[in-house]
Design a protein around this ligand. Structure first.
Ligand code: ATP
Ligand code: MG
Length: 205
């Protein structure tokens, strides 16, 4: 039992969580032989227009429902509970503080890898984690490899690109479909779908 534990970190707004997030996390877990993937829903005040973002408690509840039957998946409310803006580098630091001997894998989609240099202390993220990135749409594949090479050269970042499996689902599309009264069934786990429908979330009042 002296093996180093491999922990995946799956950060996101999860507004709401959907199959794209879950398939990405599961694929990363299998491909990188992770012992665990920790889902970390973001706090409310960072980067995105907060009106559209449901409160942390609701996003935590949906995430909990989505992952509850996967023994490898766990949930952390550390970002939701943190005061003020939440930053990935701080989350990683906090996790390392609790389990310093583990190896950390930060899981993200191509769009997040493209913007990661604008995040707070990207060097810190590259130093402390292996990045596991996936393409989201057909334009991503080539540019993802290019971006990974650029970050490797510039920061000695360690980046794993997952074998292609593009899941064309986004929370933005889900929110927009709900507003228009269109179906979002099967874009997310059944339990999350019922939670959203039951509480009439995202329907615009
Ligand atoms: P929004 O449209 O509100 O931005 P989103 O679908 O992009 O929502 P986020 O919570 O922003 O979801 O994403 C969290 C992480 O999951 C990011 O790294 C993002 O790139 C990744 N991700 C989200 N959806 C997919 C998908 N369909 N395929 C691969 N990665 C995804
Ligand atoms: Mg997004």
């Amino acid at each position: 039992m002296n093996q180093i534990r491999r922990i995946g970190i799956m950060g996101g707004t999860f507004n709401p969580i959907h199959q794209g997030h879950l398939i990405l996390a599961e694929q990363a877990r299998e491909y990188c032989e992770l012992d665990e993937v920790l889902f970390v829903p973001s706090g409310n005040s960072y980067m995105k227009d907060s009106d559209e973002i449901l409160d942390g408690k609701t996003r935590i509840s949906m995430t909990a429902l989505a992952i509850e039957d996967n023994p490898f998946f766990a949930l952390s409310s550390m970002e939701v509970e943190r005061e003020g803006a939440t930053y990935t580098c701080e989350t990683i630091r906090e996790l390392i503080g609790t389990q310093p001997r583990a190896e950390y894998y930060f899981i993200l989609g191509a769009d997040a890898l493209f913007s990661i240099e604008s995040w707070k202390e990207p060097e810190e993220i590259f130093k402390s984690c292996i990045l596991v990135a996936a393409a989201r749409d057909s334009q991503d594949t080539f540019s993802l490899t290019e971006k990974a090479m650029e970050l490797q050269t510039k920061y000695q970042a360690r980046i794993v690109i997952l074998p292609e499996r593009k899941i064309d689902i986004s929370s933005t599309e889900i929110r927009s479909r709900i507003r228009k009264g269109k179906s979002v069934r099967y874009m997310m786990p059944e339990k999350v779908f019922h939670y959203i429908t039951g509480k009439k979330l995202y329907s615009g009042g």
